[in-house]
Design a protein around this ligand. Structure first.
Ligand SMILES: [Zn+2]
Length: 392
């Protein structure tokens, strides 16, 4: 049994409103103790129990590690040229995915795992202690399966996204591709995945195709997530809610009926402001969702086409500046919200019984994450009380 204490925390954001002030449950002059990687005590620093190992936080802010519930870290190549073109006036279309599909199919298993590990390490240096990783750039039975094997090397939160886009060889017969995804591809991928996801969009998959894929995945025991309402106000959000998806992601174009459906459901709205930032698009209505009582998460959507960033601090800054969340709400969405999106009750909150996944800032308050955008404030990261290599 090993105990670790963090003392003299100037501002502790627990992300549990019942433990302290405001949406983030903030405590001041606080301490945390963990035993064997799990939090056993949270309270005033002055009455902190003794521990085998102690870290004096010297008045800095401590938060839960970020939970990035939407990433696509398994791919090869990059699309800097496409980004450059888009920033000079070419509109974004989903077709750009096909460039990455060709590079991913040509890459070795080792290259795919290496790229995923590089991005996971990059995310960890910025405070991400749990991430979700999707397949979706293979789009053949073999390439989707090996993408998930690569994803498993960086996380247990792996998602089968064979229905990312219809590959070019099926362009004239998309229903045959849907049949492949629901059958042989799902059979090969389900053992390596916790979740299944479908990109519901004009140019990707329609409601009926998505329903067939999601129902087949559910029958195989996978949890459901969807890419919904990104480019157009389609039926993705309502389908996700109807099927009991854990999360509907993007939610950029929503009608009142979509927000009502989400508010009365157990489905989380996972917003990905990096995609809107990098495609120069309007942002999702985060504040409206929050005020309607929807559980909101924010995630990086790290992918080479529309959001090539792993930075949860940047997502927090965008959620505050561009989407109307308060700093406390944005940090909650990046921690407890991400955990809810993954249906996890062991992470995302700093309270007894939760995993000791926490980060320290070179700042006195969580507010600085939005107040000082682009500054590497995360100095220390612990997962299960083990210190990870950090940025500073
Ligand atoms: Zn995505």
């Amino acid at each position: 049994m090993t105990s670790v204490a963090w003392t003299n925390i100037g501002e502790l954001s627990t992300a549990d409103p019942s433990l302290g002030e405001g949406a983030l449950g903030v405590l001041r002059d606080a301490a945390i103790v963990a035993v064997d990687g799990v939090i056993s005590w949270v309270g005033p620093s002055s009455s902190c129990p003794a521990a085998d190992e102690a870290h004096d936080m010297a008045g800095r802010a401590v938060l839960p590690g970020f939970v990035d519930a939407h990433m696509h870290p398994v791919f090869a190549g990059d699309r800097a040229a496409e980004f450059d073109a888009r920033m000079t006036g070419t509109p974004y279309t989903a077709g750009g995915i096909r460039t990455t599909v060709a590079a991913t199919r040509a890459a070795s298993d080792a290259d795919l795992a290496r790229n995923a590990a590089r991005l996971a390490a990059e995310a960890a240096r910025q405070g991400t202690t749990t991430l979700e990783a999707k397949s979706g750039y293979g789009l053949t039975v073999r390439d989707e399966q090996r993408s998930l094997v690569a994803a498993r090397t960086v996380t247990d939160e792996t998602t089968f996204l064979g229905a990312h886009v219809v590959p070019v060889e099926y362009a004239d017969r998309p229903d045959d591709y849907v049949e492949l995804v629901c059958g042989e591809m799902l059979d090969a991928c389900a053992p390596h995945a916790k979740w299944a996801d479908v990109f519901i969009e004009r140019g990707a998959f329609d409601r009926d195709q998505a329903r067939a894929i999601l129902e087949a995945a559910r029958a195989k025991g996978l949890g459901l997530r969807v890419h919904a309402n990104q480019l157009t106000q389609g039926e993705g959000v309502r389908l996700g809610v109807e099927l009991g998806a854990a999360s509907v992601d993007h939610c950029t174009n929503l009608g009142d009926e979509d927000i009502e459906a989400l508010a009365g459901s157990g489905t989380v709205a996972t917003l990905v402001p990096g995609a809107e930032f990098s495609t120069r698009s309007a942002y999702a209505p985060a504040r409206r969702l929050w005020d309607a009582g929807v559980t909101v998460a924010i995630a990086s959507d790290c992918n080479p086409g529309s959001s090539y960033t792993t930075s949860m601090p940047l997502m927090i800054a965008l959620a505050v500046r561009e989407m109307g969340l308060s700093p406390a709400q944005a940090v909650w969405a990046a921690t407890a919200g991400g955990a809810a999106s993954l249906r996890r009750d062991d992470i995302g909150v700093l309270a007894p019984g939760r995993r000791a996944d926490l980060i320290a800032l070179d700042a006195p308050s969580h507010v600085h994450l939005a107040y000082r955008p682009g500054v590497p404030l995360v100095t220390d990261v612990w997962r299960s009380a083990d210190r990870l290599p950090s940025a500073v």
